[in-house]
Design a protein around this ligand. Sequence first.
Ligand SMILES: Nc1ncnc2c1ncn2[C@@H]1O[C@H](COP(=O)(O)OP(=O)(O)OP(=O)(O)O)[C@@H](O)[C@H]1O
Ligand SMILES: [Mg+2]
Length: 220
Amino acid sequence: MLIILKDVSKWYTENNGNKIVVFEKINLSIEKGKFVSIIGESGSGKTTLLNLIGGIDSVSEGDIIIEGENIAKADEESLSEFRNLKVGYVFQNHFLLRGFNVLENVLIPAMLRKDFSKETFTKRAKELLSFLKLEDKINRNIDELSSGEKQRVSIARALINDPTFIIADEPTGNLDPKNSETVFSLFYDLVKNLGKTCIMATHNLDLAERTDLIIRLPLQ
Ligand SMILES: Nc1ncnc2c1ncn2[C@@H]1O[C@H](COP(=O)(O)OP(=O)(O)OP(=O)(O)O)[C@@H](O)[C@H]1O
Ligand SMILES: [Mg+2]
């Protein structure tokens, strides 16, 4: 198993002391090389689950074992290395940096690497951008792209460090059907042809049906 959640609980404490319990002792595992979707009503915890698996939020209790490493117990240094090298993040709002061009945005996660080389990663970024059919947009400013193009740039950025798995939080939420299909097919390709693992939260049940495994929240 690539990812194992063991008795994971997650709660938030509001300013007035109220405890909002999102997960109580949940257990689940995700196999390597699978395309997994997470579905459930708004507020059911899809984003929370992705953020826990991606190491951007911390559990209240329990363990999250990813490739043998317990990220729930990891120190800040190994956690930030985990986030940057093992996980690719794609969000509904792409979070690209305005004022930077396409190539620069894709290179940002690579620049955080200890072994960053401009030449190597520029070459890789260009390959990814061609794969994503953005080769003629490399020097464009982010503001000059359509939503579908921005989302493809954010996928290139997620892939620049060749992560083990990709977490995508409603990646097609802001896209029209045609662009949704393009983005979905890209993820599908990454899983089926490149052996990546992809975990996607979505409200689109038709897309979820086409994945290998559907996780329905709340878990029974
Ligand atoms: N930082 C926070 N502080 C307090 N409560 C939070 C926080 N983040 C999320 N929650 C609560 O946790 C629950 C799960 O939220 P989450 O964002 O994971 O849901 P979701 O399934 O992603 O919903 P959506 O489909 O609307 O994106 C909700 O009740 C939400 O209000
Ligand atoms: Mg959400």
